[in-house]
Structure formats: C-alpha cells, structure tokens
Design a protein around this ligand. Structure first.
Ligand code: AMP
Ligand code: MG
Length: 356
C-alpha cells in the first residue's frame, strides 16, 4: 500500500510537532467527557474527567444502561416490578423480592423511621390521587374526602413484613413509590459502576440532584468541581454554589419541580403524609451528604417537616449540611453548610444560621 504509508507518517509528524494536536487528536485524551440521556423521569448528565474518551464513553454507557433498566423496574406505573409488588400488597398477598429490592426497601424503611414518617414511600395511593405520578399533573386538587380517606388508612413502612426476601403487609392501603429516594439509589449505583471501570473523577447529575467524586480536570489544570444550587423562584438563577473535592452528594427537594396552579394557589408534589396535602412553608431544601440515598430521602423529609421542625428532623437523620428556603424567601442553613457555600448575591431577605 504505497500511498497510505506516507500519509500515516505525515500525520504522525504533525502530531509530534503540534502539542495541541498531539493531545487532542492523536492520544484522544480529552480533559472531560459529557453525555446526557433520559432516565428516572428526568435528564441525566454524566461528566467524566481525566480518562481517554473511549474509556469514558464506555463507562457512561454502562451507567445509562443501568439507570434506564433501574427506572423501568422501579417506576410505580406500567408493568414494572414495583407495579407487580404493589398489586400483590393490595391483594393481601406476599411477594418475593430480589436482593436489590429487599435492600432498597429496608433502607427506605430505616430512613422513614428516622424521619418520623415524613419521608414515607408507602403513600403511593395519595400521590396517585393528586396526579403527581403522571407526566403532566394538572388541577383541580382532589376532593377533601378522598384525601382524608387516604390519610386515615395510615399507610406506613412499619406496616410491611419483610422476612428474608418475602414481603407482605398488614395494611392493604400500603402502596410503594420510591420517587423521593430512587434518584439517590440510582446515583449511588452509577458511582459504583464508574469506579468499577476505573473512573476517579466524575459527576452523575439526575435533574439537579447529583453526586460528585474526585475533581474536575480541565485544560487549565485540576480544580474542585463547582456545583450550582438552583434558586427556587428565579428560574435559571443560581442561589448558591458549592465546591467539591472527593465525594459528596447534593440533593434538593423543591416545590417548583412538579406542580400546578389552581385558582391562584400552587399545589406541588411533596405531600405531607399527616395531612394529605402538599407540605407548607418551604420552597426548597438542599442536603449535602456522602450517601446519596440519605441525602435524597432527607431533603424530602425536611421539606415535609417545614420551617419549624426541619432542624429536629435533620438531627434525627444525622445531617450536618442543610439549607432551606422558606416560601417568604428567607434562607436558613446549618453552620457547616454556611462554611461550604458561596452566594453570588444576597440569598434572600433574611439569612439565619441554625444549629440542628
Ligand atoms: P423529591 O423530589 O426527592 O423530594 O421526591 C418527590 C417525589 O417523592 C414525589 O414526586 C412523589 O413521587 C414522592 N413523594 C411525595 N411526597 C412524599 C413523602 N412525604 N414521602 C415519600 N415520597 C414522597
Ligand atoms: Mg428526595
């Protein structure tokens, strides 16, 4: 092949001569690789730094496959594994879980207890009644009598009987929805998969809820990852930012994520299991923790706890780094959170530091 050889030689020379070309074109070692896909009912972004493109792509692809399969198994609607479990529970039957399902359920039950039942994955009947399990929730809100019936049935994670892999319930009103903790489970799984593929620097971001490991490696060198926390009322604005080196999950629960307005009132997707209505008083709660499942469940639990009770629930759940924004715009946060965050501008009309 007389023509190809000189061309290959010419290319090699070019690569050696031009430092930039050498890095970008020949070794294929980009500073950062990013990809996006749909899973968990949201847009997921995987960002990987410091690996050759082909390896990063392969690792991210493994995450995509796992997250999409996980979503199909654990969404409450359709013909999912969770729908099969819920149908058995409603019929008073027992059902066999796989080890992954049993582990997830036990962890959800533990966190539900710690939160005093504010994080309660057993209230799917109530969530469905409000329509927050559908793509486009819309008013009017349900009839008060129907809400009262769902609340009076008192579905609780403590009603579940789990022996080994066999699951049953003494309360047929228990229907499961892991919407408040499944992102945490899936993000933790993703980080485990990435690490198994040799990834040391990455962010897995599921619609603003994320876990970051390692650091960012860019053309100008290595620095901490920079994460923005959304302003709950100013769409597209960052309320605060946090720098991460190492390993940390950042989870936010907000009344702006899924909601509808009806006759001038906002009805959002985080329900207080005690009243059956959307929890009042806060517009967002952000929790930082190494454990993404805990951060996810806790941000929902603290949102339900509201402006007065969130510090007590944060203490019960062992949280150090919490920020809440009240519906009046006031911001409150723990001392450890204040230390971690930077605010691009005055965060709100008031800023309170509260020790849980
Ligand atoms: P998150 O965005 O993590 O706060 O989760 C909110 C989702 O969890 C909702 O869309 C519901 O599917 C579900 N959910 C709502 N209220 C609760 C609650 N009090 N406990 C557990 N799950 C809930
Ligand atoms: Mg949550």
């Amino acid at each position: 092949m007389p023509i190809r050889a000189p061309r290959a030689f010419f290319l090699r020379v070019l690569c050696v001569l031009g430092g930039f070309l050498f890095l970008a074109g020949c070794q294929q070692q980009p500073a950062e690789y990013r990809t996006q896909f749909l899973a968990l009912g949201t847009l997921v972004e995987v960002q990987i730094a410091g690996l050759p493109r082909a390896r990063a792509e392969q690792a991210a692809e493994a995450v995509r496959r796992d997250m999409q399969a996980f979503t199909a198994r654990w969404r409450p609607a359709g013909d999912s594994e969770l729908a099969r479990i819920n149908a058995a529970l409603a019929a008073g039957e027992t059902v066999t879980l796989d080890p992954e399902g049993a582990r997830m359920l036990r962890e959800a039950r533990r966190l539900s207890r710690l939160s005093g039942g504010r994080f309660n994955p057993a209230i799917y009947r109530l969530i469905r009644l409000w329509g927050f399990d559908s793509g486009e929730p819309a008013g009017p809100p349900p009839a008060p009598a129907d809400i009262a019936e769902r609340v009076a049935a008192r579905p609780s994670m403590d009603d579940l009987r789990l022996q080994g892999l066999r699951l049953g319930t003494r309360n047929p009103a228990v229907q499961l929805d892991f919407g408040a903790s499944a992102k945490g489970v899936a993000v933790d799984r993703a980080i485990r998969i990435l690490r198994g593929q040799g990834v040391e620097n990455a962010i897995v971001n599921a619609g603003g809820d994320l876990r970051a490991i390692g650091r960012f490696i860019g053309p100008a060198g290595t620095r901490d990852w920079r994460i923005g926390i959304r302003h709950p009322r100013r769409h597209g604005d960052v309320l605060a930012s946090v720098e991460i080196a190492g390993d940390l999950a950042v989870f936010t629960s907000g009344d702006y994520e899924r909601y509808y307005e009806y006759q001038g009132r906002r009805y959002h997707h985080i329900l207080d299991p005690a009243t059956g209505y959307p929890a009042r008083g806060l517009s967002s709660v952000t929790v930082l923790h190494r454990d993404a499942v805990l951060a996810d469940a806790a941000s929902t639990a603290l949102f339900v706890a509201g402006p007065d009770d969130w510090p007590a629930v944060a203490r019960a759940m062992g949280l150090q780094q919490v920020m809440v924004v009240r519906t009046d715009g006031g911001v409150a946060l723990t001392p450890a959170m204040l230390e971690r965050l930077s605010f691009p501008e005055e965060p709100g009309p008031t800023l309170e530091v509260i020790t849980p």
